[in-house]
Structures are given as C-alpha cells and as structure tokens.
Design a binder for this molecule. Structure first.
Ligand code: SF4
Ligand code: SF4
Length: 402
C-alpha cells in the first residue's frame, strides 16, 4: 500500500480516478463494519447533484457541504478538485500551519474559484477567571492576528473573517472589536465579517442577528445538542435578518464510543443539519478520502431515510453517551477544584473522536487549562448533564496527550 493510502484504503489517486460516484459504488463492495455506515455508500453522486444555497445577504453561493480545517494537503486538493468551494480555517489551528497549508493549496487557483474564511480567537482576550473580555484587551491585537493570517495564507484578502469562540452577547457587541472588523472590511482585506460560537449558541446567534453589523454567523449545530431547538430558532432569526449561516461540529464528536468502534453515521448527521434550510453550508472536517466522498455524496439526496433517522437514535437505543460535550457549563460549579471541564471534554473529543492530538493540546493551551488536571482528586463529584464519567475521560485525555 502506498503511503498515500488512508483508513479504509482509499488514496487521492483512487479518489480522482474513480470520482465520487465510482468510490460510492466501490465502497458498497468493501462493506463497512462501523455502526451506521452500512448504507452510507449506497447512492452514487457527482458534482451535477450538488445542492447550493446563498450565504445570506452576501453574494456568495456555496454547495451545502464545504470543508473544515484539514491538514492533509492532498485531501484539501482532492476536495477542491471535486467541487468543494469553501474552506474554513483559523489562525489557532496547528499554530497557523493550517493557514500555511491552505495558502499553498490555493496559490495557483483563480482567486474567484474558492472562498476562504479564517478567524482569530476571541478566547485569547478573555479573562478565564471572570469569563469577561479582559479590560486590557487590545483590538489592535485582533488586527495583527488578522494580518498574520493573510500573510500565512498568501492572500490579499479573505472572504470571511470571524471573531472566534463567542459565548455571550457582550462579546459579540464589543465595540472596539467591531471597529477593527469594520476597518478590515473598508480596506478590502475581508469581504465579510462574522462571529463563531460553540457555547451558549442561541444567545450569540441572536446577538449577531440583532447587531445589524455581522454578515455571517458560524455555529456548532448537530442532532446531539440538548438545546438544538433553541439553536434552530436562533438560526432562523439570523437567516431572517439576512445573515449567512455556517454550521460546524455537525458530526457531534464523530464516534458514539471512546473505543472508536461505533462511528456516527456521517451522512445522516450532515443531512440532519441540512434539513434546516436556514443553514447555508456546513464545514465538516474530513480526515480521509472515504469521509470526503461520503460527505459530498450527501448532496445526491438530502432527505433523511428512515434507516438514517434510526441511526441517529442509536445513542438512545444503545445507551451510548457519545463524545460531544454540550458546553452547557453545568459541571463547573460542581467541581471543588473549579476545573474547566467543558474545555477538557472538548479536548477529549478532539483527541479521541477526531484523533487530532494537536488540536486537543491547542484547545487546552488557548484556554489556559492544565494538561494534568484532576491529578490530586480521589473521587469525582461531578454529575455531567450528558452522563459523561468526567474523571475517566480526563484520564483518557491525559493518557493520549502524554
Ligand atoms: S456538564 Fe457535561 S455536557 Fe455539560 S459542559 Fe460539563 S462535561 Fe459538557
Ligand atoms: S476529578 Fe472531578 S471533581 Fe475532581 S478535579 Fe477532576 S473534575 Fe473536579
């Protein structure tokens, strides 16, 4: 096997030669022992079946499946070759290396053939004790971070620039940041501006819609969210206000179990999000050609089949907790040591579900969370809203990071 082969045995060459439709058909013969994946490849697709939606009041129209941050250059190239237009990255991913990789991938492509979004981490400007924007938060640092992104991407402008990781109205409406974003736009260095959120999403989305300032909102959205009805309602408000809506964390942690034996049906999870027509595009992270093929094939038939709906209920029927942390914060006051458990659980999801140790480490680092938490605690007193055994998950994360 060449070193370009990945899990499931598909390589970039196979992907290009066979195409999406061919791989879909071929994958049927390979079978798939992962739970929920059996029917995944049953319908062949090609680019002519792509479904497009307009990103709010921006003049950008995109396929409903785009791509999140990926570090494999060949996979990114394959995605572009197969018709993916939009890629979402961040200055925080792989310490800026993801932007460098993407910059190399787009260097020889016509500028109007791709849409790039990147972001700065608002988290960096937050006081982690009070959870408020620090009094000394310097908006110029946002601009500097933005310039760093442009340099790493090798671009004169990006299409969307986000303030990342918002979780309250106050941050979304923080005027000094808005002024800096406005300047970027006026200078023609970003076409549109937005906010991202993976915690307290409904409040953030409503605030972005009310602001009259932001063009796009990117939010965590998936079938496992306990508050998905509220997220859906907020998304409707944002779409009504003319904002573009991008959904991430659509795979809800990727696996049902920590042993990675039972994968969530990716097609079903994506379709669940796209059933909501107020979502304009999604940015799942593809780790393999197989996952890319499966993600793109969703567009051949968007409605969920009865079998796919059943697959999405596997967590309930099998009692699987999954890897997706709700970021609800209910655990925090319960911990006598005030550990930032939601961030630890997000790190756990990246390390175990995504298999991305670097991202797990970055997540902890950005939020100034200890790499060796819970060490001196004999018994965990936390009752997680999602039923996670927090102490054992922290131990598993620690083990992976070590
Ligand atoms: S209570 Fe559980 S689901 Fe909620 S933030 Fe804490 S770890 Fe995550
Ligand atoms: S084991 Fe539980 S109670 Fe103890 S520090 Fe960790 S999260 Fe807190």
């Amino acid at each position: 096997m060449s070193n370009h082969h990945h899990r499931n045995g598909w390589s970039r060459r196979d992907f290009i030669v066979t195409g999406v439709a061919g791989l879909a058909a071929a994958a049927c013969n390979h079978g798939n022992s992962k739970t929920g994946g059996g029917s995944a490849a049953s319908s062949a697709v090609n680019q002519s079946t792509f479904v497009f939606r307009k990103l709010g009041r921006t003049n950008i129209t995109l396929p409903v499946v785009s791509m999140g941050s990926m570090n494999n250059p060949e996979l990114i190239e394959a995605a572009f070759d197969q018709g993916v237009v939009h890629i979402d990255t961040s200055s925080a991913h792989a310490r800026g290396n993801n932007e460098r990789i993407i910059g190399r991938m787009v260097r020889n492509r016509p500028r109007d053939s791709f849409v790039i979004a990147t972001s700065t981490g608002v988290d960096v400007f937050r006081d982690h004790r009070t959870e408020l924007i620090r009094a000394d938060a310097d908006p110029h640092a946002v601009y500097e971070s933005f310039e760093g992104s442009l340099e790493r991407l090798g671009l004169d402008y990006v299409d969307i620039y986000y303030l990342a990781a918002n979780w309250d109205r106050r941050t979304v409406m923080f005027e000094p940041f808005m002024k800096v974003l406005e300047r970027m736009k006026k200078e023609g260095r970003t076409r549109f501006v937005g906010v991202t959120t993976h915690r307290n999403e409904p409040n953030v989305i409503h605030a972005a819609a009310d602001s009259g300032f932001y063009d796009v909102v990117a939010t965590a959205y998936n079938f496992r969210q306990h508050h998905r009805a509220q997220v859906r309602e907020a998304i409707a408000h944002a779409a009504e206000a003319g904002l573009g809506v991008v959904a991430f964390k659509t795979q809800a942690g990727v696996y049902w179990d920590e042993e990675r034996q039972h994968m969530i049906n990716m097609r079903a999870a994506l379709k669940w999000v796209l059933e909501d027509t107020n979502v304009h595009t999604t940015v799942p992270a593809f780790n393999t050609y197989e996952e890319l093929r499966e993600g793109l094939s969703v567009m051949s038939s968007l409605p969920l089949t009865p079998r796919e709906r059943e697959d999405l209920r596997l967590g309930d029927t099998m009692g699987w907790r999954g890897l997706y942390c709700q970021q609800c914060q209910q655990c925090r006051p319960q911990c006598p040591h005030r550990q930032d458990i939601p961030t630890l659980m997000r790190g756990h999801m990246y390390a175990i579900g995504y298999g991305d140790i670097d991202r797990a480490r970055e997540t902890l680092h950005t939020a100034s969370v200890s790499m060796t938490p819970c060490r001196d605690c004999s018994q965990c007193t936390v009752r997680c809203a999602a039923g996670f055994d927090v102490q054992s998950r922290v131990a598993a994360l620690h083990h992976r990071l070590a």
